[in-house]
Design a protein around this ligand. Structure first.
Ligand code: AMP
Length: 134
């Protein structure tokens, strides 16, 4: 295993680890969006959520639910985003499944994506294509 996160798991490089068990690790993001920004990572290295096992993803969300309230409390946040990026177009930079917990503060300037309006016909067409692709 060779990702930078596997190197953290193996203690080959340092990180500010805030949680660890047999299957999962969580540590502070080295370039945080806001203070307390934490990455929750399965120890089983897979390139993204589509490749990780269902069990690993269940464990990820268990740790997210455990950690998020502690992070919010620790940094006095007003809320948080949970995000996982998949693929270059999404902004994924580390090919090892991970979920971000990003503490949010009212008026912190990190606005979510801009939403666009779409016609009912276009929405219907996309929904049909997705159902056909399943
Ligand atoms: P993503 O862009 O979704 O793949 O997220 C990867 C995240 O890993 C980024 O937010 C980086 O800041 C973070 N990161 C990269 N290297 C390290 C490291 N050595 N320790 C902690 N976080 C890191």
């Amino acid at each position: 295993m060779s990702s930078i996160f596997s190197k953290i798991i193996a203690r080959e490089i340092p990180a500010r680890i805030v949680y660890e068990d047999d299957h999962m690790i969580a540590f502070l993001d080295i370039n945080p969006v806001n203070p307390g920004h934490t990455l929750v990572v399965p120890k089983n290295e897979q390139p993204n959520v589509l490749e990780s096992s269902e069990e690993d993803l269940v464990q990820v969300l268990r740790v997210v639910r455990l950690l998020a309230p502690a992070i919010v409390k620790a940094v006095g946040a007003d809320g948080f985003n949970t995000v996982t990026n998949t693929g270059e177009a999404s902004g994924q930079s580390v090919p090892h499944t991970h979920f971000h917990i990003i503490p949010r503060f009212l008026n912190d300037g990190h606005m979510p994506w801009a939403h666009a309006s779409m016609s009912a016909e276009a929405l219907d067409a996309v929904a049909t294509k997705i159902k056909q692709a399943l």
